[in-house]
Design a protein around this ligand. Structure first.
Ligand SMILES: *Cc1c(COP(=O)(O)O)cnc(C)c1O
Length: 395
């Protein structure tokens, strides 16, 4: 049966695609080796540098974010290399599994899935590695399975404090363009990202930002690679082209997204997400429920993972909410499957969309018979009423 009105896609990626981007994508595909393409490609590559905040190198792949994870690893490592990874949650675990599969030797610092990476633990491990066996430190910036943000600048300081030469690799697939990220200033060597989260595009594009040092390392790294090879990208990219067929229509959309982000101002975008995160957490607590992220100051503005009361199924609740209110909420992944649900508040999103989302969650809790304090959504409304929407000068 037809459902009237817009579906609320409140999973933490893919996020809803704004009309402006949908229109930009719905242009004829052009010859990606023809004269008109160069402008599209150059704008995408330069634009993504401005989003990563880097003057160094950016690569764009037609793939999901998982592909860019692989690209980051295979371009900078050799078979059997040791890499230090941090268990922030499901996505960190998947990246670590990938590292194993492709023949690396990942060491995983255990985490409890309730906060970001601990820089001190990384520093301690690196100090003990006196022979510099560890070639890279890999950290997830915004852990989408838990709603926790890792302090990337502090991780870089930890690596430097240990006097260790390991590369710093960051997964900011769901952080970029939603959570403050500064590739050059924070001394990141490789950052992995994707199109369908903060960048507001459909899935299908992925990114690597790479430092000059990482690019230098890639010249001697011997891991097998072909599709993902940065070195093959460099020549064509220098004039706005790609070595194989790019996601042309998604690049049209990407260029629109980059314009939109700068029109609003990146700092305003970050603060908007923070504010919606604060409002959401206020409501979750007013319901009497618990936020999965337990580290104050590391809560994500992209999503909020909510712990289900004992004896209640998060998936049954999500199914009820979808059926009755046409809203998709994120599921709990692996270790927290059926125990948490995730409210996405990212991308092209405003105060009223957040209030509608939280109303849907509250009505769903009632419908599914999940114990909670009625009227918890008032706490979010109070927060939004009493705080200013961000309005810093745009770029
Ligand atoms: C979404 C996501 C991924 C996986 O990206 P795909 O596009 O699904 O391949 C990896 N890491 C994080 C942090 C993510 O949010």
């Amino acid at each position: 049966m037809r459902k009237a009105g817009r579906h609320f896609l409140q999973i933490p990626g893919p996020s809803a695609v704004p009309d402006r981007i949908l229109r930009a994508i719905s242009m004829q595909t052009i010859d990606h080796r023809g004269p008109d393409f160069a402008e599209v490609g150059q704008k995408s590559l330069a634009g993504m540098k401005s989003i990563f905040k880097t003057e160094q190198n950016v690569f764009i792949f037609p793939s999901s974010g998982t592909g860019a994870w692989e690209a980051a690893l295979v371009n900078t490592t050799s078979p059997g290399d040791k890499v230090l990874m941090y268990e922030t949650g499901h996505f960190a675990t998947l990246w670590q599994k990938m590292a194993k599969k492709i023949g690396l030797n990942p060491e995983f610092i255990e985490g409890d899935w309730r906060g970001g990476a601990d820089p001190q633990a990384i520093e301690d491990r690196l100090r003990a590695d006196t022979t510099h066996e560890i070639k890279a430190v890999c950290v997830v910036h915004n852990e989408t399975s838990t709603g926790s943000v890792s302090p990337i600048a502090e991780v870089r300081k930890a690596i430097d404090a240990a006097g260790h030469p390991a590369l710093l690799m960051v997964d900011s697939i769901s952080g970029l363009a939603s959570v403050d990220f500064r590739f050059d200033e924070w001394g990141v060597d490789v950052c992995v990202s994707g199109s369908q989260k903060g960048l507001m595009l459909p899935p299908g594009l992925s990114f690597n930002a790479a430092s000059d040092r990482a690019l230098e390392v890639s010249k001697t790294a011997t891991m097998q690679r072909s599709y993902w090879d940065w070195q093959d990208m460099l020549g064509p990219n220098s004039t706005g082209y790609f070595p194989y067929t790019p996601g042309t229509n998604l690049l049209y959309g990407l260029n629109e997204a980059i314009d939109m982000l700068h029109e609003e101002g990146l700092e305003n975008v970050f603060e908007r997400h923070q504010r919606h995160g604060r409002a959401t957490r206020a409501t979750v607590r007013a319901w009497g429920l618990e936020v999965l992220c337990a580290q104050q100051g590391q809560e994500s503005g992209v999503l909020t993972a909510v712990m289900m009361p004992e004896g209640h199924s998060a998936d049954a609740f999500r199914a009820t909410t979808l059926e009755h209110y046409d809203i998709s909420l994120g599921n709990g992944l692996s270790k927290v499957a059926d125990k948490v649900f995730r409210i996405g508040h990212l991308g092209d999103f405003n105060d009223l969309m957040l209030m509608a989302t939280l109303s849907g969650v509250e009505m769903g809790l009632a419908k599914a018979g999940v114990p909670h304090n009625e009227g918890g959504i008032m706490a979010a409304m109070e927060h939004l009423k009493t705080t200013e929407a961000p309005r810093l000068a745009a770029e």
